[in-house]
Design a protein around this ligand. Structure first.
Ligand SMILES: [Zn+2]
Length: 108
């Protein structure tokens, strides 16, 4: 096996490269349960020497069959993450700045 980051030899059991310290994880997979036995499978592929980062989303039915899949590049995946962020995080920069300095517009 070779390191996903620097390409030097790494034993398969190693979780980190002894040469550059990079984690040898190539992807992360998580399932999200939907209604009627369906599920969303989200796989995050990390950048490695031979792999571009991407997020793959697939829809699975109650029989364990994939019905559809779509791959998102990093900018689209980041946009999706922003869309799913709690509404509180969407407050405008002006609102957050006002709260930070604790000032309000003077009232007359
Ligand atoms: Zn390495």
């Amino acid at each position: 096996m070779s390191c996903v980051h620097c390409g030097r030899d790494v034993q398969p059991a190693f979780r980190y490269c002894p040469w550059c310290g990079a984690t040898q994880r190539r992807k992360l997979v998580e399932f999200f349960l939907g209604h009627e036995g369906r599920a969303l499978r989200v796989s995050r592929y990390f950048r490695t020497v031979d792999q571009e980062p991407q997020v793959r989303v697939s829809v699975w039915n109650e029989h364990g069959e994939a019905l559809a899949a779509v791959s998102l590049d990093e900018p689209e995946a980041a946009r999706l993450a922003g869309f799913l962020r709690p509404a509180r995080a969407h407050r405008s920069a002006v609102t957050r700045l006002r709260e930070a300095v604790g000032t309000r517009r003077p009232t007359r």
